[in-house]
Design a protein around this ligand. Structure first.
Ligand SMILES: Nc1ncnc2c1ncn2[C@@H]1O[C@H](COP(=O)(O)OP(=O)(O)OP(=O)(O)O)[C@@H](O)[C@H]1O
Ligand SMILES: [Mg+2]
Length: 453
């Protein structure tokens, strides 16, 4: 196994999934030097790769370099990573090089983050009498838990840090978004330039606040370009899923919503990304009930750009069905700019394919042809195409017992099997665009469909 992986790596030495498989094989074969070098290589490609950071430290631990392992791990844990296996490793190192008490604390920390990392052998050593799961088991909380958009918060933690995770620092920018030049320019015009030159815009009586609503078929990069926008303006990025806010206990949803907007305001400059904006309008029957209506009002009040606190908070919304959104959402100062995100054009498809190929053993090839024959494919469809081709290559690999690269032929064949999912969206969008196109709201869709020039 290890030998055939090694052979595959000579063809694509920077293939991350392959490197990870190879590292696992090295660990099984107790090749610690090779193990260490492999993880180091992964880290040169992806410096924050948690599995690799943990793997590298583990390679020192396995090779008996205890203090080196302990020092490196301590430095990492000081950053407070949320990676459960790191704590299990810390527990093992503490057991070898520290106290039992320490080892137990780390072990519990690990399980608190992810119960599936439990290790019965280690646990037996740490708790020969059995671990008191009644009290400690994270899976059976004593206190009622409440969902926030980021997971459960415990109700008994008054005065603690806010129950929200760290903000996502900008990682992507427009260079990570393939093609879509027209859309990028539009976002620059509507978002970046105003933020850079607020005075200039004011001089022309244009407001800088408010939000931008991105709409279009699923899987075509709305989320991606929002993240990338945060990177372009060097802002933090926070996602708010309305479905999750709505699923929270009625009555506290408003409070949570307010807390989220406040959090964004405290972390300026910040892109607050609101996914599934239509959720607030999707089920009108529910929404007309007072609870839903208060939530909508709360949302609109938070958004209003007269809310001067929102300076420096860019609100980006995304939806697949803008026609279900209450027109009140589109008033000035709210989602007053509406932008269509079309399926990736040929250049974007080529770029997306190149990104996807990086993660798999693929024959070296030029993706221009494949990009040409995948008209109307979304990013998600292209991924499906890769999955189909991967399965075929994997079947061959199973038969021959070695890694067989995915071929261009298999990909083109797969392209014929996958039906682009954007056609359904355009079928219904067409009706709205033709018959409910108030003030040219959906002109961009009509233009894209060649129904308007
Ligand atoms: N222009 C692009 N360049 C690179 N990758 C892309 C591009 N467009 C889409 N993708 C990829 O396609 C996938 C789907 O994109 P994304 O999640 O941003 O779509 P979405 O429009 O937010 O979909 P949904 O409406 O379902 O939320 C992602 O994995 C993304 O990386
Ligand atoms: Mg999305």
């Amino acid at each position: 196994m290890r030998e055939s992986l090694k052979a595959a790596l000579t063809n694509s030495p920077d293939n991350l999934p392959l490197l990870i498989l190879y590292a696992q094989a090295c660990e099984e074969d107790l090749e610690f030097q090779e193990l260490q070098e492999t993880w180091e290589h992964v880290l040169t490609l992806s410096p924050m790769h948690e599995q690799a950071r943990c793997g590298l430290i583990n390679s020192f631990y396995l090779a008996g370099k205890l203090s080196e392992a302990a020092v490196r791990l301590e430095a990492w844990l000081a950053e407070g990573p949320d990676y459960a296996p790191a704590y299990i490793l810390a527990s093992r190192i503490a057991l070898a090089d520290g106290t039992l008490e320490e080892a137990r604390v780390y072990y519990d920390e690990g399980l608190k983050r992810d119960a599936s990392v439990s290790d019965p052998g280690l646990e037996q050593t740490l708790y020969p009498e059995g671990r008191n799961t009644e009290e400690d088991d994270p899976m059976t909380p004593e206190e009622p838990q409440r969902m926030t958009p980021f997971g459960p918060i415990s109700m008994d933690r008054e005065g603690d840090e806010p129950p929200f995770p760290d903000f996502e620092a900008p990682k992507l920018n427009f260079q990570d978004v393939g093609g879509m030049e027209a859309l990028k320019e539009e976002i620059r015009m509507k978002v970046l330039y105003p933020m850079e030159n607020p005075k200039l815009f004011e001089a022309y009586g244009k407001s800088v606040g408010g939000g931008v609503l991105l709409y279009g078929p699923p899987g075509c990069g709305k989320t991606l370009i929002s993240r990338a926008t945060a990177g372009e303006i060097n802002a933090n990025f926070l996602t708010l899923s309305l479905h999750e806010v709505l699923n929270m206990w009625i009555g506290s949803s408003e409070k949570q919503l307010h807390a989220l907007f406040e959090l964004a305001r405290q972390h300026k400059p910040c892109v607050l990304f609101i996914d599934e904006v239509d959720a607030l309008a999707a089920d009108r029957r529910d929404m007309r009930q007072s609870a839903g209506r208060t939530l909508i009002n709360q949302f609109l009040a938070e958004m209003d750009s007269s809310h001067e606190e929102n300076d420096g908070v860019l609100i980006l919304g995304a939806t697949n069905s803008p026609w279900h959104i209450d027109p009140a959402f589109r008033r000035p100062g709210r989602f007053d700019r509406i932008v269509f995100v079309p399926p990736p054009d040929e250049g974007a498809r080529e770029a997306i394919l190149n990104v996807m190929a990086r993660e798999k053993p693929v024959e070296k090839m030029n993706f221009r042809t494949l990009a040409k024959v995948t008209k109307e494919f979304s990013g998600a469809d292209l991924k499906a195409l890769f999955d189909v081709a991967t399965e075929e290559a994997l079947t061959e690999a199973m038969k021959s017992g070695r890694v067989v690269p995915i071929t261009g032929k298999q990909l083109v064949k797969a392209a014929k099997k996958v039906k682009p999912s954007t056609s359904d969206w355009f079928a219904s969008a067409k009706n709205y665009a033709m018959y409910a196109n108030q003030s040219g709201l959906y002109d961009q869709v009509l233009e894209y469909m060649g129904l308007k020039s």
